[in-house]
Every structure is written in C-alpha cells, then in structure tokens.
Design a protein around this ligand. Sequence first.
Ligand code: GDP
Ligand code: ZN
Length: 315
Amino acid sequence: MRHTVTVNRKRDKQQNVDPSDAMRVAASWGRRFGLYDESGDRGEPQARTKGKKLRPVCGDLVTAAPLDGESDWLIDAVLPRDNELARPDMRGRREVLAANVEMLIVVACVEPLVDWYIVDRYLAAAEQMHCEAAIVWNKSDLSPSSDELDVFASIGYPIIHTDTKSGIGIDELADIMRGKRSIFVGQSGVGKSSLINAIASDDVQRTGNISNASGEGKHTTVAATLLHLGDGIEVIDSPGVRDYAPSLKDITDAASGFVEIRETAHDCRFADCLHRAEPDCAVKAAVENGDISERRYQSYLRLVQLTRQLNQGKH
Ligand code: GDP
Ligand code: ZN
C-alpha cells in the first residue's frame, strides 16, 4: 500500500497525497517559487500559489501541476511539515524561514566576531525543531579555536573547524551533511557561501535559480535557497540575519532549547521551575558548581526575557 499524508486543500476539503508525488520548494521570492522534483522526472519548474493563504517556504513539499498555456505551475497544497525554522517578526508573529530541516549548522568565526548568544538561540531553535545541530568554526586560519567551543562540545554538539582557503575540515563537514537536508545559519560574512563552494562537487546545481526569471523577482531578496551540492548533500542557504531569536509559544519553552538545562531541570523541586529564584533549583546549583556554564545560563535567562517581551508585544 502506498503511504499517503492528508493535506488541506480548502478549509473543508482534505485529500490524501503520496509524498513521492510532491515537489520540493527550492526557493521563493515574493509569491513565486522554484520547485525541485526529487524523482527527477519533472524538472525544476517555477510556480505560484493558488490563493494567498498558502505560504510555502524553502524545504516544503507541495503538490503542484502545470498550468495550461503557461510555463508556471500552480501549487495547490503544502504537505504537513516535519518542523519549521521560525522567528518572531517585528510584531512578534511567527515567521517561518524554512521547513523540513534535518540538521542545523551554525557557522561562526572570529571576523565578523561571533556572538555566542546568537549561536545559543540558533541551537535552541534546533532543539525545538527536534533536528540535529552542529557548529562550524570557519576561518580557523585567522583563529584556530575558541574556549567557548569546548562548552558546546561538552554539551554534545559536534564542532568542525574549517578553513575554506586551505580546505581544512571540508571533508569532515561534507561527511556529517551527507544524506540529510541541512541549513546553514549565521551572520553574513562568516563564510557560508565559501563553505558551499568548497563542498560542492563540479556538478553543483543551483536549484530554483529564479534570479534569471521574469523581472518580478530581480530586486526581491530570495528568502532561502535549497542547493544540491552533489554526493547526497543538500543544503539550505539562508541569508545572514544580524540577530536571531526562536519563536517560542511560552517562556517555559526556553529551557527546552538548552540541553544541559533541560536535563538538569528534572532534579528541580518544582516541575514548572524557571530556574531563577525558586528554592531547590538544580539548575542554579549546577551553575554555582560549574557543571553548567554561567554564560549559557545567562543566555537562557535572556531568552526567557526576550520571549516574554516578544509575546507581550504580539497582536
Ligand atoms: P557569507 O556571507 O557567510 O556567505 O560569507 P562569504 O562566503 O561570502 O565569505 C565572506 C568573506 O570571508 C569572503 O571575503 C571570504 O573570502 C572570506 N572567507 C571565507 N572563508 C574563509 C576562511 O576560511 N578563511 C578566511 N581567512 N577567510 C574566509
Ligand atoms: Zn530549577
């Protein structure tokens, strides 16, 4: 029997769809999308959506069909997502940047200088998304490492040191990316494009290359692009954002983004402990005896504070 999933076509109409009949959203700009057919039979058409309610993002699986007499295809449904990389927009509403991510890779370096609080928040997003995460320390020719990386390694995150000029670490990075849909995140200028070029085999395909398409897209920024780098490596290149915060429903979700805090919290006296001033807080005790990094704890408190502010401003 074929495995199917149910999609909402309209508010009152549902339909079962075989995911292998779906197309992957490789890029989007405005209301147009570049699609990628994973079976390879249908090429890489460009598409638009049926109705404004449908908001596919990079990484989505969608059902689409060619339009009569047009080169565009029409997307009529988005399949249920495994996860979403999201952030609160200016009004505190959830903005989805990419979907169906299997590994989140935070790229950081010394120039531009890494902000570890942003690294924490990306990793918190990965925890919320239930996807794997890793840190790439690029430009290791400029600075071989950072003490802070040891903290992340002790929590369990893979750390890969790379130098795109000499090629150090590139094979190691390609190895952990193979067979999974990854996303590169990090400040602009850290070397995401250089890493992509270093990993790409000669037959790199810039899927969903919509920059050549009809005028509409030329001056709009592409939100994120899915690239097939060959050898089973698929990566979503996201535009560098100056700041990032995960979109959390509630302040109690902040702790789940910090693995060591989440795990230690089982020993707090209160199940709903926020690890601030509560008595018998195992997290605070672990910070005091050095088992949990003071900086990571402060980062957690900042995320609680930020989430409260963002959710209060929501309307
Ligand atoms: P992106 O904005 O994250 O895509 O960053 P780019 O790939 O455009 O790189 C930004 C700048 O950093 C460019 O001038 C690159 O040549 C430089 N760069 C990238 N990787 C390395 C590296 O490993 N070492 C050094 N020294 N510079 C690098
Ligand atoms: Zn506690």
